[in-house]
Ligand binder design. Structure first.
Ligand code: GRF
Length: 196
């Protein structure tokens, strides 16, 4: 019987560390139903892009240009990917890219959506907001990507405690460890669920 191998494209940001990308890639390597097709970066010198190369992953650079060439180049680059995982990619995706991969683009957010999401809510600001709100738990959310920031259907959430004396950085580190486990589990869930 023909075995289907899902091709996963991972999109990182211009300054991204790429730790979620690396964690995903490490888990996908052990999974014979998926392969990392490529890592797409807006900057070839992004730390995450260099880390991906060091792991032997294929890296393609699509610089943020004027909107039209950017959209065309990104769409072309992702055309051979069955699924797209955003990992530290902060922009909204062009509509043609969303349409081409409808229901097959995932993002990870470092809080329990729908709280602490939306435009401008990224990085350390998320954890500062969680602490300022006096939350006793936080976590991460993997969700489908739509034309709005952090609004698509939730695939999986994982929770961790917020300690009373946490700094934003301490909370960020705890959530990040959770992200590294959760992203692959969420991807696996939707890929297996899709069945093809
Ligand atoms: C993560 O916190 C993720 O939730 C958010 O961007 C950050 C990327 O970190 N979307 P890294 O580059 O994967 O280390």
């Amino acid at each position: 019987m023909l075995r289907i191998v899902h091709r996963i494209g991972i999109l990182i940001g211009p300054k991204g560390r790429g730790s979620n990308m690396l964690a995903l890639a490490a888990r996908i390597k052990l999974d014979d139903s998926m392969v990392v097709q490529k890592v797409v970066t807006p900057r070839s010198d992004a730390p995450g892009a260099l880390a991906a190369l060091a792991e032997g992953l294929r890296v393609e650079t699509v610089p943020y240009l004027d909107p039209v060439p950017y959209e065309q180049r990104l769409a072309a680059e992702l055309a051979d990917c069955d699924w797209v995982c955003l990992a530290g990619y902060m922009k909204l995706l062009p509509s043609s890219v969303l349409a081409a991969h409808s229901g097959r683009i995932l993002n990870i957010h470092p809080a329990l959506l729908p709280k602490f999401g939306g435009q401008g809510m990224y990085g350390i600001r998320v954890h500062e907001a969680v602490l300022a709100a006096g939350e006793t738990e936080s976590g991460c959310t993997v969700h489908f990507v739509t034309e709005e920031y952090d609004e698509g259907e939730i695939i999986l959430q994982a929770r961790c405690r917020v300690e009373i004396d946490d700094s934003p950085e301490e909370l960020a580190a705890r959530v990040l460890r959770l992200e590294h486990e959760t992203y692959y589990r969420a991807l696996k869930k939707v890929v297996d669920g899709a069945g093809n």
